[in-house]
Write a protein that binds this ligand. Structure first.
Ligand SMILES: [Fe+2]
Ligand SMILES: [Fe+2]
Length: 222
């Protein structure tokens, strides 16, 4: 992996420098322990989740977002990655999740959407921003808030992800560019990756792209 001048901004190494309150430390410890159990059959997914949580926390500190919410959103974002596809579709159907196409065509999105609707029962004290971020961590959304952007970017650039040109480009923007531009780079890079691989692009993603692109143009950011 190539290194850049600002590697230290986002590389989650060693102990967290964030000073949390006692209840926040206890909550993070509990949630991390739950995630370790939930993802125990998929060690790489578990390592990714812990890495996303650290990256998310660092990005939050850099961009003035609540690091506790970023950390727990990172820990929980792939909670349902261990659920078999047919069960995930059945659960999404039961939750009346609508993605505008048959649920089977939107498999990569469902684990976030299902977790965002089911996990609040298990963690009632976590605020709705956490569930919104988890619900749109794969697809993005028309109403991306700062926590949503932090989680989305962290998922894409966490250091265990194999670097590609696009990922490195996003990593290099961290700490130099505004959060919304870092997010935009990661989001568009993801779409380009899907297109270059000749994969199916959900109509919903095109809608989200157009909506966000219009908003960026309105704000003079395109
Ligand atoms: Fe995910
Ligand atoms: Fe992930």
């Amino acid at each position: 992996m190539g290194s850049s001048r600002n590697d230290s901004y986002w590389k989650p190494r060693g102990k967290s420098k964030v000073s949390y309150k006692k209840w926040q430390r206890a909550s993070i410890k509990q949630i991390e322990s739950d995630v370790r159990k939930q993802l125990s059959s998929k060690p790489q997914r578990l390592a990714h989740s812990i890495s996303v949580a650290r990256t998310s926390e660092r990005l939050a500190c850099l961009y003035g977002v609540d690091p506790y919410l970023a950390r727990v959103a990172g820990l929980l974002h792939d909670w349902d990655k261990v659920v078999p596809n047919d069960e995930l579709v059945a659960r999404a159907k039961k939750l009346k999740i609508d993605v505008g196409v048959p649920l089977g065509s939107a498999m990569p999105l469902l684990h976030g959407m299902v977790a965002a609707r089911e996990l609040p029962k298990r963690y009632p004290k976590l605020p709705k921003e956490v569930w919104h971020a988890i619900g749109c961590h794969t697809s993005a959304a028309k109403d991306m808030g700062p926590l949503d952007m932090v989680l989305f970017v962290a998922d894409g650039i966490e250091p265990l992800r194999r670097p590609s040109k696009g990922i490195q480009e996003t990593r290099d923007m961290v700490g130099k560019a505004p959060l919304e531009d870092v997010f935009w780079n990661a989001f568009v890079g993801g779409i380009v990756y899907v297109l270059q691989g000749g994969r199916y692009l959900l109509p919903r993603t095109i809608d989200i792209y157009n909506s966000l692109a219009r908003e960026r143009a309105r704000r003079g950011r395109s």
